[in-house]
Design a protein around this ligand. Sequence first.
Ligand code: F6R
Length: 241
Amino acid sequence: MQVYVYRNEEQVAQAAAMIFASQISAKPNLVLGLATGTTPIPTYQRLIAMNREGLIDFSQVRSYNLDEYVGLEPNHPASYRYFMNAQLFDHVNIDKANTHVPSGLGDVEKNAEAYDAAIEEAGGIDLQLLGIGHNGHIGFNEPNPRAFIYKTNVVTLTPSTIQANARLFEKEEDVPRQAISLGIGGIMNARRIILLATGRGKAQAVRDAVQGDITPLLPASILKAHRNVQFLLDAEAASLL
Ligand code: F6R
């Protein structure tokens, strides 16, 4: 694991976007693993700007998002499909047919199984972008006292995650209680992982992930066992290291 500390979130975004650019230029049909949330928004804005400037070509890129809420239609403004379209896909030359977000509708267990199979068929994820939850979750893999969950699965969100995500809904009761998420195995299978963390609120989770033991109580701690992972942090997120 390599840890890079930048002055602010703009510099984190610039560094992350440069990694995307170099990987896509080396392999134009790169398979990206993408995240939603507040943290990657500046990175997506940099990618949009670089695409406009002709520095990144998404025409052959394929993408698989980490997660989606159970029960939200893709056109629900709080769904992760909606977020990805609004924050990135609508503004770059990616073919929407090549973008994938797990479906939280219908038989979600079946969708989960199909999602892992689809990623495998695409050749696996080349570059996985991650954020980190305050409780150390990655994707929606919440702390679990027993085990890391390997496969894409339906997860019950913790109260702290529901609270953290309530800002995107009218009221906290509207936040779905379940989500479908790429499992820890799916994340660890990615050939390269970059985790972004910004702000003081992430400092403890970052510290525990980087310096603590590997434990399913802090899902991001497993990343220490990956051979090609970089944490890109701003000074505040790195403040407890
Ligand atoms: C999002 C995801 C989550 C977020 C995490 C941090 O697709 O899988 O793990 O990365 O909850 O969210 P923000 O960036 O909003 O603090």
